[in-house]
Ligand binder design. Structure first.
Ligand code: NCD
Length: 325
């Protein structure tokens, strides 16, 4: 059993597919619960049995280091059985469709499927076909809810609150599910969001997302509390979006000179994996006083523990209601 009781029924949904549409109360539930796991995760050898007997399947159709590993660790820390499906060794390589794969896994009665897929909307589609909980671990350019939650936890622990902060999200916003989930979360929690990118790397709906748009780093970073850098996601680019990497770094790479515009204690964030010397200078990324990039990874495990726990509790509640009716 875990130490403190908490009421996960405030988040009533069976799945976690995105941040869009969540309320401040929903978001705070995940953050508050994750907070209780941070200290525990720092102690060696502590394991809980909150999810004993549960089965979590990681189904990743795209590469991942941080997200997959941290879901695995999160499940194991809570006592669940965690299975990693690797696309390269599964029947997906033999042409099995997304839905067939999902139905096959569903027939083995897992409690949670954690899914990453290259197409926006694929995880939602899959969630409609299975009767277990589904967590979106990144779908195309659409959403990456657990990344936004871990970013929020990192910010909240460092700054005490999210409300009122000025946050700049910089770089390849067009291809970034991290940016989209973060925009929804930060807006919902009362932060002011700025997007800084070349025109070619901004989505057409940028102005409608409730953000301020800048094309110049120094202007956009002025007096910001948080600087969130994004990877240049070349694997999602169908054409050329800027002349050269050198030029991109010159205008949009975060270095100390550009950072001078932000508040002196501004935090530097990056979801990883980083392209050093492309979107961020190495010395800035490694600045122990200001960069919280490693801390983001640490918060990822705690946040994913909270997500698995809330959704498993919801499964129990749904099953209880089925039995009653
Ligand atoms: C991100 C992703 O996959 O969307 N990575 C991650 O989960 N930490 C960001 C990226 O790939 O650039």
């Amino acid at each position: 059993m875990s130490d403190t009781a908490f009421d996960s029924s405030v988040y009533p949904l069976p799945h976690l597919l995105g941040i869009e549409g969540l309320s401040p109360v929903d978001i705070s539930l995940f953050l508050d619960r994750a907070d209780t796991y941070v200290e525990m995760n720092r102690k060696r050898g502590v394991m809980l049995d909150t999810l004993r007997g549960r089965v979590v399947i990681n189904l990743f159709f795209e590469n991942s280091t941080r997200t997959r590993t941290s879901f695995e660790l999160a499940g194991k820390r809570l006592g669940a059985e965690v299975i990693n499906m690797s696309v390269s060794t599964s029947s997906i390589k033999k042409g099995e469709t997304l839905i067939d794969t999902a139905m096959t896994l569903n027939a083995m009665h897992p409690d949670v499927l954690v899914v990453r897929h290259a197409s926006s909307g694929a995880v939602k589609l899959l969630s409609e076909k299975v009767n277990c909980a589904v967590i979106n671990a990144g779908d195309g350019r659409h959403e990456h809810p657990t990344q936004a939650l871990l970013d929020a936890l990192t910010i909240r622990r460092r700054r005490g609150q999210i409300d009122g902060l000025q946050v700049a999200i910089c770089g390849d916003i067009l291809h970034s599910r991290v940016a989209r989930s973060n925009i929804h979360l930060l807006n919902t929690m009362g932060a002011r969001v700025r997007l800084i990118a070349p025109k070619t790397l901004l989505p057409a709906e940028a102005e409608r997302l409730g953000t301020e748009v800048f094309y110049d780093m120094k202007a956009g970073l002025k007096d910001c509390d948080i600087v969130m850098m994004l990877r240049l996601q070349s694997e999602r680019m169908e054409s050329s979006f800027f002349p050269t990497l050198r030029e991109y770094y010159h205008f949009y790479g975060l270095d100390y000179e550009k950072l001078e515009s932000a508040k002196p204690d501004a935090l530097i964030m990056h979801p990883g994996p980083m392209n050093r010397g492309v979107e961020i200078a190495s010395d800035v990324a490694d600045d122990i006083g200001r960069s919280v990039i490693r801390e983001q990874v640490e918060m990822g495990v705690a946040v994913r523990m909270a997500c698995l726990e809330v959704l498993c509790n919801n499964l129990d509640r749904a099953q209880g209601q089925e039995h009653k009716s």
